[in-house]
Design a protein around this ligand. Structure first.
Ligand code: AMP
Ligand code: MG
Length: 490
């Protein structure tokens, strides 16, 4: 059964917590709002009738001009470690939680409007988001979902007559994003460092009740929570490393308690393979470089463990980072093995992976396209097809690697046709390359032409399916094109 906008079933469970957890605040709308893009896959999660997308009220509801019946909007309090330093109060400075909708399957989806105006937590900010960053987050959330990576989802973008000042004036927009909860590591840290352990416990109980209910009966549910978050975070980071993606701002306030990708800012898919890849222009020291992400996950789990330490025994607090690391390494090995099309685990598989990565590193080969092309290796041929081989500067070294790869495939009696089909379902054809996002942004900002956003949304929602005539979307940017600079100012 499809639901109308005014029939969504709100619950607003977070508002049942004491008021120190949030501020009740209404969004500040834009004048003359219009819909930029709607994602029907996310609307489906709310059982929302697609007829509603063209309803005149749709833009008003999702730019805060009208409140959805039953919604009780709040901005959530949190703190966090930013670039290694504790900041005692952050909170939703520009995102407003409209509330939580329960769908017919009984799932809870929080509706959060990003760029919705000032809150008590805005500090020096203006409460707004620029169209540019909104389009990037909207598309990347769905791209990650398409890739099978846990993430917040994107429902829609609404724009209006609103100019936002960054380095220069830019059109503003609002993004409606969805997650079962937006609670972060920093939501716990704030009460730990304020020594408000009663609130800390309430938050842990809340998260367990709604999001980890199976832990409620365990001997120490808080230790169970820490353990599960460590595992999920480890698996999440493994996914990022395997797909070649960097978050850019892995502060503890951007770490989800559900282990989903949260708060897309200056993120980047690696194009030329480079482990030192830094996607965030403001990250001068490369704290959040691609290769540092696994260590940062470890650091962040330690911060969460410390925040939960009043209720978790010392042994479990100390074990959490190792739990994380084990989950991360295990998942990474599994994902890389499937990227190579291997069905079994053999000694030396990790070396096969690192040797390939090292070859890619010295050739600065395109990470996504190399893995996609690897499916074309045939066991009867002594060398890889030239469209793959030619990506490498040291072709003989790559030929040597190919020999080992063929031997490894033969060792498990791999079937080439089946293998390449399987590999094409784990090695994407399309990822959100910066220049692709930029094309959609330029058209939207300069011409109010939003068609490229919808086109990319479709392509990235099906990243493994080759679409006829779309070869350009799988290619790196043309040589000589200046790099697109992305930073925190969004
Ligand atoms: P981020 O780096 O985007 O995760 O944001 C860090 C903190 O700054 C969060 O508390 C945000 O809510 C806040 N913030 C970022 N941009 C703005 C803005 N334009 N206005 C108000 N608060 C902001
Ligand atoms: Mg954030």
């Amino acid at each position: 059964m499809m639901t109308g906008l005014d029939e969504l079933r709100f619950d607003n469970s977070y508002t049942r917590l004491p008021e120190v957890f949030y501020e009740r605040v209404k969004p500040t709308p834009f004048p003359n709002p219009h819909v930029v893009s709607v994602n029907s896959a996310a609307a489906d999660l709310l059982d929302l009738d697609p007829k509603e997308f063209t309803h005149p009220e749709f833009a008003e509801y999702f730019c805060g001009a009208k409140l959805l019946p039953g919604s009780d909007p709040i901005a959530m309090l949190y703190a966090g470690h930013q670039f290694g330093h504790y900041v005692p109060q952050l909170g939703d400075g520009r995102a407003i939680l409209l509330g939580e909708v329960r769908n017919q399957k009984g799932e809870r989806w929080e509706l959060q409007l990003k760029g919705a105006g000032l809150t008590r937590f805005s500090r020096d900010g203006d409460g707004r988001a620029v169209m540019r960053s909104t389009i990037r987050e909207y598309l990347c959330g769905e791209a990650m979902h398409g890739l099978g990576i846990p993430t917040t989802r994107s429902l829609c973008i609404v724009a209006g007559e609103e100019i936002v000042w960054r380095e220069s004036p830019e059109p503003g927009a609002m993004l409606l994003r969805m997650a079962p909860t937006h609670v972060r590591f920093g939501s716990f840290e704030v009460f730990y460092y304020r020594r408000q352990h009663e609130y800390l416990k309430m938050l842990a109980d809340y998260v367990i009740e709604y999001h980890y209910p199976h832990l409620a009966e365990s001997e120490n549910p808080y230790a169970g929570l820490l353990h599960e978050v460590a595992v999920r975070t480890g698996q999440l980071v493994a996914h990022w490393q395997a797909v070649g993606w960097a978050h850019g701002v892995l502060n503890t306030d951007n770490m989800s308690i559900l282990g989903i990708t949260l708060d897309y800012g200056p993120f980047g898919f690696m194009e030329r393979y480079d482990p030192t890849f830094i996607c965030n222009h403001s990250d001068h020291r490369g704290r959040y470089s691609f290769q540092n992400q696994p260590d940062i996950g470890y650091w962040n789990i330690r911060a969460l463990a410390r925040a939960l330490s009043p209720f978790v025994g010392e042994a479990d607090v100390n074990a959490a980072p190792e739990v994380y690391e084990k989950a991360m390494l295990g998942k990474y090995a599994e994902l890389m093995s499937s990227k190579l099309g291997l069905l079994e685990t053999h000694a030396g598989d990790d070396k096969l992976v690192t040797d390939l990565l090292n070859l890619m590193d010295s050739s600065r080969a395109d990470y996504t396209n190399i893995f996609r092309a690897l499916g074309s290796v045939r066991q009867e041929n002594p060398t890889a097809p030239s469209e793959l081989r030619d990506h490498f500067l040291h072709r003989e070294a790559f030929d040597d690697w190919t020999v080992r790869y063929r031997e490894r495939l033969q060792a498990e009696k791999s079937n080439d046709a089946e293998r390449s089909m399987k590999m094409n379902s784990v090695n994407p054809k399309y990822v959100l390359r910066n220049h692709l996002a930029q094309q959609a942004i330029t058209q939207a900002v300069q011409k109010k032409d939003y068609s490229e956003i919808d086109h990319l949304l479709y392509l990235l929602s099906h990243p493994f399916t080759e679409q006829p005539g779309m070869e350009a979307y799988a290619a790196p940017p043309p040589p000589g094109e200046p790099a697109i600079i992305v930073s925190c100012s969004s």
